[in-house]
Design a protein around this ligand. Sequence first.
Ligand SMILES: C[S@@+](CC[C@H](N)C(=O)[O-])C[C@H]1O[C@@H](n2cnc3c(N)ncnc32)[C@H](O)[C@@H]1O
Length: 336
Amino acid sequence: MDHLDTLRRLSRALTDPAHAMTDLVAEATALRELLEHCSTLSTAGGMPVNADASVLDSGLAISPVQAALCALQPYRTIAFIKGLHAAIGTVLRAHERVHVLYAGCGPYALLALPQMALYGEQVGFTLIDVHDESLRHARALVDSFGLGDCVDAWVCADATHHRIDPARPPHVIVSETMNAALRSEPQVAIFRALHAQAPAALLVPERVTVHACLLDPARELSPPVPDASVPFTPPQRDRIDLGPIFTLDSEALAAWCALEGDELPAAAVRVPPFGPAQQARLLTKIDVYGGHRLDDYECSLTVPQRLPGRMPVAPGDTLQFSYRLGSSPGLVCARV
Ligand SMILES: C[S@@+](CC[C@H](N)C(=O)[O-])C[C@H]1O[C@@H](n2cnc3c(N)ncnc32)[C@H](O)[C@@H]1O
């Protein structure tokens, strides 16, 4: 079987609605191994993995090697591939060809290749990455599968400065340029810049929600790296959900259009009485698209995070959150 056939077989399995995320770890692993095998990038090296990262005015752009290593997280790969597949399917009900803008494709174009293998020339991707090296590896990889006709444009640029051709706006904008609790990396700034130019485009992920929560870390017991052969039983957690404090979706982006400056609004929460072992944390929920989602601990993006500045909290406190844009983006929090 040649590499394109293998890519097609794995992509078919990964996007099959009959298979749940938990059943697809072997396929996600095989996809990563296939891309590693076919890629011109070597992830084995003596340099620190983030030596080639760039600090942009919108946040940290991780290095080509670190971007490749994201494929080591199977649930992240599966949920994003399934979600993007569903979004393209939605657009295809009304259009013959779907234009997808992929901001931050990394060296593997990991989310795009399965769609190209399945949809062929029904999809036309604009692939953007700020790192020329990532884009070069991605291009060599796409060409090695003979899928170059599924790419309309290769763009080496900071996606927050990318100008969309108003005559040909994308139907789907996909970006996976985030970290847990939307800190450090430029997901918010990228969606804000691109959605303002193409407000009708479907977003992948369609919603990222950060919740505040009180939890007992000893009763969380994050699961090990997913292994299909070991069923995971979640422990009895001890949590008090304080509700969503920040949401990134098309409604929020539309509401922020008129805002200027480097701060976006977020919610305030009042801290109720809580147990001696409980601590404040931020939880990240990612609705990729069409019911495909990433929940707590399913990948590094959804691991609970301490409050910004590790701020101590007490019952009765009111915490006012906001989102700071700029080269070190993220939620900030003040006691009011
Ligand atoms: C987490 S990686 C995602 C890689 C790819 N989605 C994958 O799963 O393999 C993020 C990628 O986005 C790129 N990136 C980050 N910020 C960017 C920006 N402002 N404009 C363009 N690319 C950006 C990084 O260079 C990196 O390749």
